[in-house]
Design a protein around this ligand. Structure first.
Ligand SMILES: Nc1ncnc2c1ncn2[C@@H]1O[C@H](COP(=O)(O)OP(=O)(O)OP(=O)(O)O)[C@@H](O)[C@H]1O
Length: 681
């Protein structure tokens, strides 16, 4: 889009994103922690079988680190510039806190957690607690009981071993009851936590989708699709991968606690020493894992950069195949550098986590050694007490191992959650942006039925640019009328597409007013206003079905237009689905035009639609299709570089450097000598 239009009106932008910030933002995306293929397969199998990895031996899937995108200050600064939304009734109902990341959502599965500050880590436990406090506490309680019964089970084994002669029937029945209680509570805890965590994942995805759809287009453009895709697909998966660890963590921790409690009965001095050892082990673990978390965050920051390179590989495959040096530079320099940095941070992060886990275990084994070899000399412990203590501690260590092994996955999940919260925070809901679930009245164009004229008065839009410069569209005065074909022409980068986005109110005017028959377009009626338009932008997206179009006679109409657009030999419509969208660019644009026809809105906007059509169809478009729409009393706005068809316009306006030329009279060089181009009517 860069063109000499950029040289247009520039002025310093105090809030402009500076190059350093941009670099930070780019660098501030990432994934960490490379997965071991064997581990992935194993965990998938376990999950498929509805199991969790075995305590102690089970290893969570090492996946990606999640983390802040490394642009905490940048995001925080951006958030500060964004308007603070006013809490809506939905929010109150959902218990959503007012704040930058507050969502308006019809999704009722629990309360979206409060937004967090940039970089503030969000633990999975805290997230689930805020998501469904009651259910989560219940699941934790069941996990604790399950762990507790496990420890009681050990106590009973110990008693049975210590019993002289035949064990009492009370012990046998107690043993059976404990077996059942352990199995039952473990199942309940796991089932509850799986249910809860899957709901939380669904809600997280929904919050992201709602966040994207509820944010102003500019905010979404600024965050960038690569980062949003990475959050939607990758970060959510990282979190999902850590969730199966929760039941085992709860029961394992409970096991250790109950084991210590039992030790109090067996030997208070050993229990006290064990408690002290646990505190030392946990402190050591926390100290070491903090360093690991830092490395995982750094790896997560590399992830978005890496994803950007992957996108270059898939989307730029033709250019890369045709140019050896470019391919070499991308693969061997950019991609390799980022991949190496990502791998280095991941290895450091995961190794430190593993080291922390090993450190915790080492502390325990040292303690067991002390117990075996030093305690008998220091304290009066019988052989039987010593054996009982060692047995309990060995089980406790194995249980602890099962807990600690999940901690790297929890660390990555915390980083991923933080990243998602940061993305959501930078997608603050826009004033007048629709609640994503809203449909009905808006789809009909609502309050503007029977309108005749759209007016721009002093409308402007500013893109912050590099080095504090910016592109300014406007201030513009312009009318768009029904039953009229309006051409918007101008050189590359002069602001035509930007004007189209302002006209459709995808960019609400930053200054000036947009009116329909004298009624100002505001946040309250913006959704109705947008639904006046059918648009085919130059970077249009073609859905593979007639998504959202009313069913009555839809297929018959679609088939009619397929014939008119000469697509009937390529595409069929079954139900509401196109048989294919694997078409040439020109054909895809025709299919997008078909969808626009079926929408049957009052105002049609075509952004360089004909640019990819063959001469015959181009002629058909300008000479037949456009006049037909006008005759159906549609307002038709055509952005075009096809100067040989400018005569098809009823009125033509020219944009240069973001400014409309006087009166919209076509008098530029491209118009010289063209017939049929006249002044504004
Ligand atoms: N998302 C964006 N963020 C920042 N600047 C942008 C963005 N989109 C466009 N611009 C800048 O705004 C100016 C106008 O762009 P626009 O796409 O409106 O031009 P155009 O007239 O449609 O160009 P073309 O004829 O090449 O399609 C350009 O200088 C471009 O660099």
């Amino acid at each position: 889009m860069a063109g000499h239009g950029e040289r247009g009106r520039r002025r310093p932008d105090p809030g402009a994103v500076q190059p350093a910030q941009r670099r930070g933002a780019r660098a501030g995306a990432a994934r960490a922690a490379g997965a071991l293929p064997g581990d992935r397969r194993r965990l998938r199998l376990l999950r498929g079988a509805g199991q969790q990895p075995p305590a102690g031996g089970g290893r969570p899937r090492p996946h990606h680190a999640g983390a802040g995108d490394g642009t905490a200050g940048h995001l925080a600064a951006r958030r500060r510039r964004l308007p603070r939304p006013v809490p809506g009734p939905d929010d109150a109902a959902l218990g959503v806190a007012a704040g930058p990341a507050r969502r308006r959502s019809g999704h009722r599965a629990g309360h979206p957690p409060r937004p967090v500050g940039a970089g503030e880590p969000v633990s999975l436990f805290a997230y689930l607690l805020r998501y469904r406090r009651g259910a989560f506490l219940l699941a934790i309680a069941a996990g604790i009981i399950s762990g507790g019964t496990g420890a009681a089970f050990i106590a009973m084994v110990n008693q049975a071993l210590a019993a002289d002669g035949r064990p009492a029937s009370r012990l046998i029945w107690g043993y059976l009851a404990l077996c059942l209680a352990t199995l039952f509570t473990r199942f309940i805890s796991q089932a509850l936590l799986y249910r809860l965590s899957q709901g939380a994942i669904q809600q997280l995805r929904r919050r992201l989708v709602d966040g994207i759809l509820g944010a102003p287009l500019r905010a979404v453009e600024k965050v960038g699709t690569a980062r949003l895709n990475s959050a939607l697909s990758d970060d959510v998966v990282v979190i999902a991968d850590a969730l199966p660890g929760l039941p085992g963590i709860c029961s394992g921790a409970a096991f250790v606690l109950v084991a210590i409690a039992y030790l109090v009965i067996v030997s208070p001095v050993v229990a006290l020493a064990t408690g002290g050892t646990v505190v030392v082990g946990v402190l050591l673990y926390l100290l070491m894992s903090a360093a690991g978390l830092g490395a995982l965050k750094a790896a997560r920051e590399e992830q978005d950069v890496l994803f950007g390179h992957f996108r270059s590989v898939t989307e730029g495959i033709k250019e890369l195949k045709l140019h050896r040096d470019r391919r070499y530079a991308l693969i061997e320099r950019d991609l390799a550098t980022t991949a190496t940095a990502y791998r280095r941070h991941s290895i450091v992060g995961l190794s430190v986590y593993e080291g922390a886990t090993g450190g915790g275990q080492a502390v325990f084994f040292t303690f067991i050694g002390l117990l075996l070899f030093a305690f008998p000399a220091w304290f009066a412990l019988t052989d039987r007490t010593l054996a009982a203590c060692v047995l309990i501690l060995l089980f406790a260590v194995s249980s602890l191992q099962g807990v600690l092994v999940w901690f790297p996955a929890l660390g990555r999940a915390a980083v991923a959650l933080t990243t998602i919260e940061e993305r959501l925070a930078s997608l603050a809901p826009g004033d007048g942006e629709p609640a994503p679930g809203a449909t009905a009245r808006a789809a009909t164009g609502g309050g503007f039925a029977g309108w005749r004229r759209i007016e721009f008065r002093g409308v402007s839009h500013v893109y912050p640019g590099p080095k504090g410069e910016e592109f300014v569209l406007g201030p513009l005065d312009l009318d768009v009328r029904r039953g009229e074909i309006l051409f918007v022409v101008g050189s590359n980068g002069s602001g035509k597409t930007t004007l189209a986005k302002v006209l459709t109110s995808l960019y609400p005017p930053e200054q000036g007013v947009l009116r329909v028959d004298g009624v100002a377009v505001t946040a309250a009626n913006r959704e109705d206003y947008r639904n006046l338009f059918s648009a085919v932008f130059s970077d249009f997206h073609l859905f593979d079905s007639l998504l959202g179009l009313p069913a009555p006679d839809r297929t018959a109409k679609a088939e009619h237009y397929l014939r008119r657009l000469q697509l009937n030999h390529k595409v069929r419509i079954t139900g509401d689905r196109f048989s294919t969208t694997a078409l040439s660019l020109g054909q895809r644009k025709r299919l997008a035009l078909l969808v626009a026809y079926l929408e049957d809105r009052d105002c049609y906007l075509f952004d360089e639609w004909a640019a990819d059509q063959d001469p015959v169809f181009k002629d058909f478009f300008y000479r037949e299709l456009l006049p037909e729409l006008r005759d159906r009393d549609k307002a038709v706005v055509v952005i075009s570089h096809d100067d040989q068809y400018f005569h098809a316009a009823d009125r033509l306006v020219r944009l240069e450097y973001g400014q409309l030329s006087e009166g919209g009279t076509p008098d530029g060089p491209a118009m010289a000598g063209r017939p049929g181009v006249g002044p504004a009517r």
